[in-house]
Design a protein around this ligand. Structure first.
Ligand code: SF4
Length: 74
């Protein structure tokens, strides 16, 4: 319930993940602050493998180059 992105919402039944796509990749604030230790994230190496496999790093790089935030490699 301490998420600045408002990923969680409190309901009569308790907290729910209301807006999962607002979660920020790499953030772990909610897990760090959860007193019940109830929140976990995928292993970083597995996540890196998935990013590589799905071409996500390449897509991000292309977008950063397009936005002028990264110089293209020669
Ligand atoms: S990891 Fe960060 S952005 Fe995602 S739900 Fe937790 S606090 Fe919010």
């Amino acid at each position: 319930m301490n998420c600045g992105q408002k990923v969680y919402r409190w309901t009569k039944e308790g907290p729910v993940v209301a807006q999962p796509y607002k979660c920020v990749v790499g953030c772990t604030t909610c897990a760090t602050l959860c007193q019940g230790n109830a929140i976990t994230f995928p292993d970083k190496d597995k996540l890196r493998e998935l990013y590589k496999k799905e071409g996500i790093w390449a897509k991000v790089k292309r977008e950063l180059i397009k936005e002028g935030k990264l110089e293209p490699e020669e």
